[in-house]
Write a protein that binds this ligand. Structure first.
Ligand SMILES: NC(=O)C1=CN([C@@H]2O[C@H](COP(=O)(O)OP(=O)(O)OC[C@H]3O[C@@H](n4cnc5c(N)ncnc54)[C@H](OP(=O)(O)O)[C@@H]3O)[C@@H](O)[C@H]2O)C=CC1
Ligand SMILES: O=C1O[C@H](COP(=O)(O)O)[C@@H](O)[C@H](O)[C@H]1O
Length: 503
C-alpha cells in the first residue's frame, strides 16, 4: 500500500475518538496501514503533538476492540500523529497545515498522496473542500482523496449544491462518501450470498419472491443529538441513506463484472427504477410516527417531545415505514417494505425475504402452511436463516422449520472481524470505492425522498404516535396487510421461534 498523509478535520470530535482512531489502530495492528504514514489532526484548540498523541491513545484504550496495547507498538503508532490548529474559515491555517504536510512528506520521504477526512459538521464540508483547493493542499504529485461523513445534504437541492461545490475541488472518483451500513459485514455479504449461491440466485426475482422487508429498529431514543435530529427525523437520518442503500444492495442485478464501477452502476439502476411518489400520494405508501413514553427493557422512558432539546410541539418523525415498488423486469409487482424507528422493541437490523408458494392450493387448503422465509440478520446478530416447511411425524402437520446457516465462526471470533469504520477506511486507503455511496445513488435517493419531505412538511401525512418499546404504529402493519402480508418476526407475529443450528 502506498505511503500517504492522512489529514483529519474534526480530530478532537466524538467520531474521531470513538471510531476513527480505534479503526486506524486496529488496521495498524493488522498491518493494514501503510508504512510510513503521516497522520495530521486538526481542530481549533492549541494542542502540542504530544498532547494530541495522548488523546489518541486514550481513545484507543477506551474504544479499540484489540487487546494488544503493547507499549512499543502503541508508541510507534502514535509517533505518526501530529496536530495543527485550524479554523475551517481561516485561510492562514491551511497554509500552516500545508507547511506541516510538506515537512512530514519530506521527513518521511513520501510521495504527495493525500487523504482528507472531513469528520466535522456538514456545514463545513464545502468551505473545507474550497480551502483545500485554494491553499494548494490539493495540488499533489500523487493522488488526493476526500472521505466525507454523513449527512450529505438536507434535501435534494442542498445535496446538489454541496456536490457541485465539492466537485470544484475533487473529481467524483476522488470522493468517498461514508455510509457506515455499507461497511457492515452482512451488508457486504449480501452480494456474495446472492451471487455465489446458485440456489439463492435462481430465486432472487419476482417469480419467486412475494415481498421483501428491510427493518432497522433501535431501542435508543434521540440521546444528546436533538439539535441535529429534530431537524432531520428518521427519513433523513436513516431512510435517505442507510435504508435505501440496503434496498439497492438487496435488489441489484448481477453486475457484469465484480468491480466498484459495475456494482455501483447496478445499484444506481435500482434507484432509477424505484417508483416515485407525488406528495399527495405519500400518505398511501409511507407511515410516519413519533415515539411516546413507554417501557424498554424494564425501564420507563419519556416520549420524544419531552426529550432534552426537542421542541415540545415537534412534528419530527422518529419512525418511518415505506412501501416501494421497483419497476424493472426483475422486481415488478414485488413490494419492498422498509421500516426504521427509534425507541422500538429491539435493536435489530434485518432483511426478511418472503417467498411465493406456487403449490399453495395443493398443500395449503387450510392456510396454515407458512411461507418460506430467508432471514438475513445484519446487526447485532449476523445470521442467515432459512425457514422451510416439513411434515411433523407426530401429527402429520406441515410445520415451519428454521435452518440457521449463520456466520457462527465469524461471531465466535469477533476480535478478528473488522468493524465498519475499519473496513471503510481501509477501502479508502487502497482506493476501493465499492462500499461508498456514489453521487448518482445519493442524488437519486434524495429525488425519491424529496416528495416525502414535502408531504411531511405540509402535514399531508398523519404523524402517528407509538409507544416506546413497541414495533411502531399500527398503521405500519396495515401497509403490509393491504397487500396480504405481515411483518415477519415481530413478536406479535411470531408463532414458531424454533431455530435449528447447522453444526
Ligand atoms: N459521532 C457520531 O457517532 C457520528 C458522526 N457522524 C458525522 O461525523 C461528523 C463529525 O461528528 P462528531 O465527531 O460527532 O462531531 P463533534 O461535534 O463531536 O466534533 C466536531 C469536530 O469539528 C471541529 N470543529 C468545530 N468547529 C470547527 C471549526 N470552525 N474549525 C475547525 N474545526 C471545527 C471540532 O474541533 P474543535 O472544537 O476542537 O475545534 C471537533 O473536532 C459530522 O458530520 C457527523 O454528522 C456520522 C455518523 C456518526
Ligand atoms: O447513522 C446513524 O446510524 C445509527 C444506527 O446505526 P447502527 O449501526 O447502530 O445500526 C443511528 O442511531 C443514528 O441516528 C444515525 O445517525
Amino acid at each position: 500500500m502506498e505511503s500517504m498523509t492522512f489529514v483529519l478535520f474534526g480530530a478532537t470530535g466524538d467520531l474521531a475518538k470513538r471510531k476513527i482512531y480505534p479503526a486506524l489502530y486496529n488496521l495498524y495492528i493488522d498491518q493494514k496501514l501503510p508504512q510510513p504514514i503521516s497522520i495530521i489532526g486538526l481542530g481549533r484548540g492549541k494542542l502540542s503533538h504530544f498532547d494530541f498523541q495522548e488523546k489518541v491513545k486514550e481513545s484507543i484504550l477506551e474504544f479499540s476492540r484489540r487487546l494488544e496495547h503493547d507499549a512499543s507498538q502503541m508508541g510507534e503508532f502514535l509517533n505518526a500523529f501530529r496536530f495543527s490548529t485550524l479554523d475551517v474559515n481561516k485561510t492562514e491555517d491551511y497554509q500552516k497545515l500545508l507547511k506541516l504536510v510538506k515537512e512530514r512528506e519530506e521527513e518521511l520521504q513520501m510521495k504527495e498522496h493525500r487523504m482528507f477526512y472531513l469528520s466535522v459538521a456538514p456545514e463545513f464540508f464545502d468551505i473545507i473542500a474550497l480551502n483545500i483547493k485554494n491553499s494548494g493542499l490539493g495540488e499533489t504529485n500523487g493522488w488526493k482523496r476526500l472521505i466525507i461523513e454523513k449527512p450529505f445534504g438536507h434535501d435534494l437541492q442542498s445535496a446538489r449544491e454541496l456536490n457541485e461545490k465539492l466537485s470544484r475541488a475533487f473529481d467524483e472518483d476522488e470522493i468517498y462518501r461514508i455510509d457506515h451500513y455499507l461497511g457492515k459485514p452482512m451488508v457486504q455479504n449480501l452480494e456474495a450470498l446472492k451471487f455465489a449461491n446458485p440456489i439463492l440466485q435462481s430465486i432472487w426475482n419476482k417469480d419467486h419472491i412475494a415481498n421483501v422487508q428491510i427493518t432497522a429498529s433501535e431501542t435508543v431514543g434521540v440521546e444528546q443529538r436533538a439539535g441535529y435530529y429534530d431537524h432531520s427525523g428518521a427519513i433523513r437520518d436513516m431512510v435517505q441513506n442507510h435504508m435505501l442503500q440496503m434496498l439497492m444492495m438487496t435488489a441489484m442485478n448481477l453486475p457484469y463484472k465484480m468491480n466498484a464501477a459495475e456494482i455501483r452502476n447496478e445499484k444506481r439502476k435500482v434507484m432509477e427504477a424505484v417508483r416515485p411518489f407525488i406528495k399527495e400520494k405519500v400518505k398511501n405508501h409511507i407511515v410516519r410516527g413519533q415515539y411516546a413514553s413507554g417501557e424498554i427493557n424494564g425501564q420507563l422512558v419519556s416520549g420524544y417531545k419531552d426529550e432534552p432539546g426537542v421542541n415540545p410541539s415537534s412534528q419530527t418523525d422518529t419512525f418511518v415505514a415505506a412501501r416501494l415498488w421497483i419497476d424493472n423486469p426483475l422486481w415488478s409487482g414485488v413490494p419492498f417494505y422498509v421500516r426504521t424507528g427509534k425507541r422500538m422493541k429491539e435493536k435489530s437490523t434485518r432483511i426478511v425475504i418472503e417467498l411465493k408458494n406456487s403449490l399453495k392450493l395443493l398443500y395449503n387448503q387450510d392456510q396454515t402452511v407458512k411461507p418460506n422465509l430467508l432471514i438475513i440478520d445484519i446487526n447485532p446478530d449476523e445470521n442467515v436463516t432459512l425457514q422451510l416447511n416439513g411434515k411433523n411425524p407426530l401429527n402429520g402437520k406441515i410445520e415451519p422449520v428454521r435452518i440457521n446457516f449463520s456466520c457462527e465462526d465469524l461471531n465466535r471470533n469477533r476480535l478478528g472481524v473488522p468493524e465498519a469504520y475499519e473496513r471503510l477506511i481501509f477501502d479508502a486507503l487502497i482506493g476501493d470505492s465499492t462500499f461508498f455511496a456514489h453521487w448518482k445513488e445519493v442524488e437519486l435517493s434524495w429525488e425519491w425522498v424529496q416528495p416525502i419531505l414535502n408531504a411531511f412538511e405540509e402535514n399531508l401525512s398523519p404523524l402517528h404516535e407509538y409507544q416506546s418499546g413497541s414495533y411502531g404504529p399500527e398503521a405500519a402493519d396495515f401497509l403490509l396487510a393491504e397487500n396480504g402480508f405481515k411483518w415477519w418476526l415481530d413478536e406479535k407475529n411470531i408463532e414458531d421461534k424454533q431455530i435449528i443450528p447447522q453444526k
